[in-house]
Design a protein. Structure first.
Length: 113
């Protein structure tokens, strides 16, 4: 793994809300810390309401994690574009985040209970 990336299990309960609706809730979150960036909480897909998400055409590439795919959230009040991302086939150094999604905190509410 890149020396500046640390991934650890978070034993706490984490919740994602989009416009009041619970999108995800888990006790199996991973916390990824990359350099001086704020920690990012990754949620296992099994604990995300995937029926509310739709993959978009947006992709980005990170030299330390690989190619990210993005997801829109379909809330009752409308679509929240590119609100979540996932490294579906991350590079080997961060393979632990495969099958997990992260959410933009400026588009949803991420709470640690």
């Amino acid at each position: 793994m890149a020396d500046h990336i640390v991934i650890r299990k978070s034993g706490d309960t984490w919740v994602v809300r989009a416009r009041g609706a619970v999108i995800a809730e888990t006790r199996k979150a991973l916390e990824l810390v990359e350099g001086s960036y704020p920690p990012v909480i990754y949620f296992p897909r099994t604990d995300v309401g995937m029926a509310l998400l739709e993959r978009t055409d947006t992709t980005t590439t990170c030299p330390h994690k690989g190619q990210a795919s993005y997801y829109a959230i379909h809330a009752k009040s409308g679509v929240i574009a590119d609100a979540a991302w996932s490294y579906e086939s991350p590079i080997d150094a961060v393979a632990e985040i495969a099958g997990y999604l992260a959410f933009y905190p400026d588009k949803v509410t991420i709470e640690q209970l």
